[in-house]
Design a protein around this ligand. Sequence first.
Ligand code: F6P
Ligand code: MG
Length: 299
Amino acid sequence: MLFDFLQKQGAPQELAELIVELGRAVEEISGTIIHESTGKAGTKNSFGEEQIAMDVEADKIMARYLSTNPYVAAYCSEEMDAIGKGTPGGIYSVFHDPIDGSSLFDVNFAVGTIIGIYEGAEVLGRTPREQVAALYAVYGPRTTLMVSVGQGVHEFLLTAEGWELQEEALEMKGDKKYFAPGNLRATAERPDYLELVNWYIKEKYTLRYSGGMVPDVNHMFKKGSGVFIYPGMPSAPEGKLRILYECGPMAYLMEQAGGASSNGEVSILDVKITGLTQRSPIYLGTPEEVKRVESFLKQ
Ligand code: F6P
Ligand code: MG
């Protein structure tokens, strides 16, 4: 089902096969999540963040699929210190956040996996616009997969029979007033952000914020409306979210659905990739909402 759909979308056979494999990895992570301990792993990732057992487990699952896939030349994740070598002759590099929102795991909120795929083994000096596909999985009450190979964004649902198409061609065209203001702490350092948040309150926007980028942005996709913001602040100008593992794939999907992405100046898709640990402020949502954030946050 997933393979045929991707081929109909014009994905080359190798890319479609790779995404089907990633779908299997997601299925395995989904099965593991249900029983995994919520405890800490006792280790830190390359960003110095404490890892939970599920971060390590999901990263291992992804590495097992990626390191053995004939089409993968290189791969890396938020949890890895260096690029992993794929198969000689591989054609794609894959960047992922195996469990996004790990700090929400012990309270049983939804978490996700984010994946971006590039052609070639080298990404430095390139931009996220060069991704050939991006996907994310949401592990909520159900497991869903949002995928794009450059022909719109489509949602699949994990069923007993595998991935079933749930919603085709999602579009960010609505005008419902949803806002997801990440890094609200920044309002203490940024009066412009405080002003924007107060504007949303005054305009009676509905708050939809769980603290997990994947479910929070997924809400925007499913409703076709709204805006997700994770700004920087003077003490952390680049914010928290990472270009390769989080911002790039989410921005690719958002723009494929007719939405917009921004780092405050340009589309996230046009930010030059300078390092594996590069972070960026990010705004994602309908073009109108993203423009509004850009005009408020001038600092
Ligand atoms: O890994 C990043 C993440 O968990 C995102 O899913 C989320 O948007 C963000 O961190 C929230 O960060 P904080 O709780 O530090 O504001
Ligand atoms: Mg993350």
